[in-house]
Design a protein around this ligand. Structure first.
Ligand code: NAP
Ligand code: 8YV
Length: 306
């Protein structure tokens, strides 16, 4: 008999099909009927897996996250219930770094507004407003992990001056460590957010950090909307306290505040940094390998350290 697996959040069709082939895959709507028999839950990077949800599944042994960020999962509760958690690190790093650089360029050079300028037939009345130079500018990275480092390597191609802040310096890295986020923001022309979401980073980009970034500074966020105090960001944009923002993630997705839309100096994308065919295939493969490993008694491929 096939093992019962619960799909708790949206997943690619191909992954859903591959899971269904091997396991008795159920949607969340079936939960009442199968709660006692579910051993594996599959979720994604945006979903929330609470302590109560974990406690409601007495046979649960594994939560497999389709994504590297697992801030939505109550990992402490999982550990206390003897439930392992896996995620998909590494395979999406390049895509997220690529989009981060894309947002940085699009925001500083106002590429989206420039396209609208042509489409609205304004070019005949004169050229587009001048924008800001990227090459040689200062890039501050908050969270110098896999993605932060991939962004820094790309930024070196633009001869950017790079510095970072994490909880501790990494002596193996060639870039300057700044031991205080506010000082990093003051120093930066572009502040790139690459830390995980969750309680420790909640609202870290607040009014004080945005004013330290200053009227010439731009914020790029590809990590989690929770890291940025969105009201403070809107206020800073309204007051021209910062120069612009490039955002792939938001506090209450899929809702994006109207105040962040239709601005020449704000570029927004719908949490799509890892959403290429190639990377979504690799993320799916890794989820499947972790689930297969668990059912065959093999070591998990990419467990979260709990
Ligand atoms: P990672 O390798 O774990 O890097 C995270 C970095 O943040 C590490 O350098 C870590 O260094 C630092 N950090 C953690 N907590 C911190 C804190 N409280 N204060 C300061 N620094 C802290 O993770 P990754 O693979 O680069 O992914 C980063 C995040 O990107 C994910 O967690 C996810 O939220 C987001 N993401 C978004 C998308 C998207 O579609 N937009 C896609 C993939 C990932 P220390 O431990 O030394 O502080
Ligand atoms: C995905 C992500 O959009 O990996 C993450 O942490 O946020 C993204 O790669 C997400 O996991 C898919 O739902």
């Amino acid at each position: 008999m096939k093992q019962k697996v619960l799909k708790q959040a949206s997943l690619p069709d191909a992954l859903t099909a591959a899971l269904s082939e091997r396991y008795d895959l159920h949607e969340l709507a079936d939960i009442a009927a199968i709660a006692d028999e579910v051993t594996v839950v599959i979720t994604n990077g945006e979903a929330v897996v609470t302590r109560e949800f974990i406690a409601s599944l007495p046979a649960l042994k594994l939560i497999a996250v389709f994504g590297v960020g697992y801030d939505g999962v109550d990992v402490v509760a999982a550990r206390e219930h003897g439930v392992a958690v896996t995620h998909t690190p590494g395979v999406l790093t390049d895509d997220v770094a690529d989009l981060a650089i894309g947002l940085l360029l699009a925001t500083s050079r106002q590429i989206v507004a420039a396209q609208k300028f042509i489409e609205q037939e304004k070019w005949r009345d004169g050229g587009f407003q001048w924008t800001r130079k990227v090459s040689g500018a200062r890039l501050g990275i908050f969270g110098m992990g896999r993605i932060g480092q991939a962004i820094a390597r790309r930024a070196e191609g633009f001869e950017m001056d790079i510095a970072y802040h994490s909880r501790r310096p990494d002596s193996s890295l060639p870039w300057r460590f700044i031991d205080d986020l506010r000082t990093l923001a003051e120093w930066s022309d572009f502040l790139m957010i690459c830390v995980p979401g969750g309680a420790q980073t909640q609202g870290k980009i607040d009014q004080a950090i945005l004013s330290a970034l200053g009227p010439q500074g731009m914020l790029i966020n590809i990590s989690r909307g929770s890291v940025v105090d969105e009201a403070a960001l809107i206020d800073a944009l309204d007051k021209a306290a910062i120069a612009g923002a490039g955002l792939d993630v938001f506090a209450a997705e899929p809702n994006v505040p109207a105040a962040l839309q239709q601005r020449d100096n704000v570029v927004i994308t719908p949490h799509m940094a890892s959403a290429t065919w190639e990377t979504r295939r690799e993320m799916s493969r890794l989820v499947l390998e972790n689930v297969n490993a668990w059912f065959s008694g093999q070591p998990l491929i990419t467990p979260v350290s709990q």
